[in-house]
Design a protein around this ligand. Structure first.
Ligand SMILES: NC(=O)c1ccc[n+]([C@@H]2O[C@H](COP(=O)([O-])OP(=O)(O)OC[C@H]3O[C@@H](n4cnc5c(N)ncnc54)[C@H](OP(=O)(O)O)[C@@H]3O)[C@@H](O)[C@H]2O)c1
Length: 298
């Protein structure tokens, strides 16, 4: 299977490059040649790549900055995603598109299901919702995978931030009233590859198409996540800090975040046979890699 993937340095892209088994070839379509703001470049690169399926893993992901860069966020996450899906449709191939828990406002008291009504709190969520609609409108052969709280050994993420803070601080304040499931991008990569295989193997099966929730199983809050990170780090001889749980009200950010980011992943398990590990299971190996990388850095 040959997968064209948008982006090059993103957490999910790098995880796909690392996790692709021998029979999966990943071709990256990335800047500067392929910018999601340039639909024509996207289409031409897709034709040249001759993929069996495309994964749209590129996105404008700066949640707070998006509040002041609304147009750019919509161009990349909305129209750009639509351009990827439209190019895939012209080639007659499926598109796997990554989306987010931030399409919801987090006011429900249970985990969100795919059919719950989205109501984004901020520009980033709104732009990703526009992307979902653009993808679905441009190519019926799609799987939209909403994930959440993504971390990995690559790029900027919460795990790396906590480990860096622990080098210089004894105590770190972390919000404790937002619920979700930390999800390792390496697990997302495995899930994306499994979903792409299913789409290609069963082209007529409508149940494999549509929106799916794909996060780790289990749940925690950011303070609980931070505690788990420091426990893994301490066990591996790395830095750790005390966690001071604080309410979101004490940590104001330009963009509001949903209090409840839990996603119900039943549909993905039942239809695609894909279940990501419990959130704690993938954390220790990632922390170990980040510590090793920090030690190796000059
Ligand atoms: N991070 C999270 O917590 C989270 C949570 C829920 C959902 N998601 C979704 O999961 C997906 C993957 O996220 P991630 O964490 O892997 O993102 P990331 O690490 O922030 O990487 C973003 C990727 O998008 C690419 N990109 C940005 N603007 C672009 C443009 N104009 N043209 C082409 N490529 C562009 C970047 O390109 P370069 O390679 O050139 O840098 C990079 O590869 C996204 O759809 C995101 O919305 C993420």
């Amino acid at each position: 299977m040959r997968l064209a993937v948008t982006g090059r340095h993103g957490q999910v892209v790098r995880s796909l490059l690392e996790r692709a088994p021998a029979d999966v070839e990943i071709v990256t379509l990335a800047r500067p040649e392929v910018d999601l703001q340039e639909p024509r470049a996207v289409a031409e690169a897709m034709v040249a790549a001759r993929p069996d399926a495309v994964v749209n893993a590129a996105a404008y992901t700066a949640v707070d900055l998006a509040e002041t860069e609304s147009e750019l966020a919509h161009r990349i996450n909305g129209e750009g995603a639509g351009a990827v899906a439209a190019a895939a449709a012209r080639l007659g191939i499926p598109v796997v598109h990554l989306s987010t828990d931030y399409v919801f406002d987090g006011s429900l008291s249970r985990a969100y299901r795919e059919d719950d009504v989205p109501s984004p709190l901020g520009v980033y969520g709104a732009s990703k919702l526009a992307g979902e609609r653009a993808v679905a409108g441009a190519n019926p052969d799609h799987a939209i995978l909403r994930t959440a709280w993504v971390y990995s050994p690559f790029g900027k993420n919460f795990v790396r931030t906590m480990l860096t803070l622990a080098q210089s601080r004894e105590e770190v304040s972390v919000v404790c009233d937002q619920l979700g499931a930390p999800t390792c991008a390496l697990d997302i990569a495995d899930g994306v590859i499994a979903v792409a295989r299913n789409l290609l193997a069963r082209p007529e099966e409508a149940a494999l198409r549509g929106v799916f929730h794909m996060t780790s199983s289990g749940e925690t809050n950011w303070a609980g996540f931070a505690e788990a990170i420091f426990a893994c780090s301490a066990a591996a001889g790395g830095p750790s800090a005390r966690v001071k749980p604080i309410p979101t009200a004490d940590y104001p950010t330009p963009a509001r975040r949903p209090a409840n980011s839990r996603l119900d992943t039943t549909r993905l398990a039942e239809r695609h046979g894909v279940r990501l590990p419990a959130w704690q299971d993938s954390l220790a190996p990632c922390v170990a890699r980040l510590l090793a990388a920090a030690r190796a850095a000059p």
